[in-house]
Each structure stands twice: as C-alpha cells, then as structure tokens.
Ligand binder design. Structure first.
Ligand code: TYD
Length: 221
C-alpha cells in the first residue's frame, strides 16, 4: 500500500523525458492539433500547458498579430521589424509564462519558438544562421529539451488550409511557404548539435502523428 502510494507520486518525474517541448513546421502542418493531443495525453498524469507565439499578451505580441494578419508586402525592413518584435515578445514569454510553468514542474508544449523566426524571417541561409546564432548564444533564451519538427511539403498544407477555408496570413502562399520549408530543412540538418530535433512525418493522419510524437517523447534522451 505504501509502495503503491510512493510509486504514484514518484512516477511522473521518472517517465517524463522532456519538459520543454517545442513544435515547429510550416503553416498548416498540424502543430496546434498535435499540441492538443500531446497535452491530452500528458494531462492524465501531469500538469501540462500549451502555449503559442506570438503571445498577443503584450504590446509587441499584439503588434505582431496585426502585421501578420495584414496583407503587408514582405520586404527586408518589415522582416527586420518582425524579428525585433518576436525577440521582445519571446523574452517576455520566457520570463512570464515558460519559466514559471517549468518551475511549477509543468510540461510546457510551445507551438513555435525561435526556429520559426529563423525559418520565416531569415531571407536566406546566411540570415537563418544569424538568427539561430542570435538565439542559441543569448543566455536569456531558454533552450528547449526537444523540438518536434512536423515535416510536410507546402503543396499538401495549402490544400488542407484551403479546405478549412482559413484566412490567409502573409506567409501563406506557395512560393513563400516553399522557401520557409527549405529553411526548416536547412536548420534541421545543420543544428542537430545545438538542439534535439525530432523529425515527424506530418502527412500522417491525426492519430498516427500523435502516436509517433508520443513514441519519440517516450524514448530516453
Ligand atoms: P501561428 O499562429 O502559429 O500560425 P499557424 O497556426 O498557422 O502556424 O503563427 C502565425 C504566423 O506567424 C505564421 O505564419 C508564422 C509566423 N511566425 C513568424 O513569421 N516568425 C516567428 O518567429 C513565429 C513564432 C511565427
């Protein structure tokens, strides 16, 4: 009886391999649904929260949302502005939501982090590298325990998004998404030493993808 009780209270810390989990992928890759499914799974035994960036909880986050929803044409100046706003919103998020939740022993599932900034605001590989360095070398930036990268080509996600009839944001057209996809691929193959990146096939259906993600999260680090 006493042992069963001890097992019950000790078990969570033994079976959780990753506490700060980031989800990445192009628009329509299924991050939000997967985040919800992972949360449901972990909520049975642990405290788990699902967050996303931009936050919309401060001035910078709200400005970001406004720009992303506008049909503003992308150019170098706007990319730099987005980059600056994302950094401020992200530092705010680390301090006000991510760190406090981890300190309370919660599992944090974060829908997009700085890998998105490198893939979306890095106009080319050189800029993507610059952004990756900016975030990996800044000790105010909390590094995730693992990144689940939902790999899927834009032609498939565009079809999904058209079916859902979602309002287009400024990155959601084919050429832009193709470049973003290529930058994600570049980051995944070049930053394996800086972050634990797990590649998942986002062409799977919802259940299969959730199972694949949970199996990967269950493997020892
Ligand atoms: P999000 O709300 O996560 O959209 P979705 O659910 O479609 O993935 O993000 C909104 C947009 O913000 C998305 O097109 C990607 C873009 N974005 C960046 O350009 N840079 C970033 O650093 C982040 C976090 C998002």
């Amino acid at each position: 009886m006493r042992l069963a009780f001890l097992n019950k209270i000790l078990k969570p810390s033994f079976i959780v391999n990753y506490r700060f989990i980031v989800l990445e992928g192009i628009d329509g890759s299924g991050k939000s649904t997967l985040a919800e499914n992972i949360k449901k799974h972990f909520s049975k035994n642990h405290f788990c929260i699902k967050l996303s960036e931009p936050t919309e909880l401060n001035l910078w986050g709200r400005e970001l949302r406004k720009i992303l929803k506008s049909k503003a044409s992308l150019n170098e100046k706007l990319s730099l502005k987005l980059r600056r706003l994302f950094k401020k919103d992200r530092l705010w998020d680390i301090k006000n939501r991510i760190k406090p939740a981890l300190q309370e022993n919660k599992i944090v599932i974060l829908d997009r982090y700085y890998f998105s900034t490198a893939a979306y605001q890095g106009e080319n590989q050189k800029e993507a590298d610059e952004i990756m360095r900016e975030y990996t070398e800044d000790n105010r930036i909390l590094q995730p325990d693992c990144v689940l990268y939902l790999k899927i080509k834009p032609e498939y996600t565009l079809k999904r998004m058209a079916k859902r009839n979602e309002a287009e944001e400024i990155f959601e057209h084919k050429e832009a998404l193709q470049k973003i996809f290529e930058r994600y691929e570049y980051i995944v193959s070049n930053y394996a030493n800086e972050a634990k990146i797990i590649v998942l096939d986002a062409g799977l259906n919802e259940k299969e993808l959730a199972s694949a993600a949970l199996a990967a999260l269950n493997e020892k680090r």
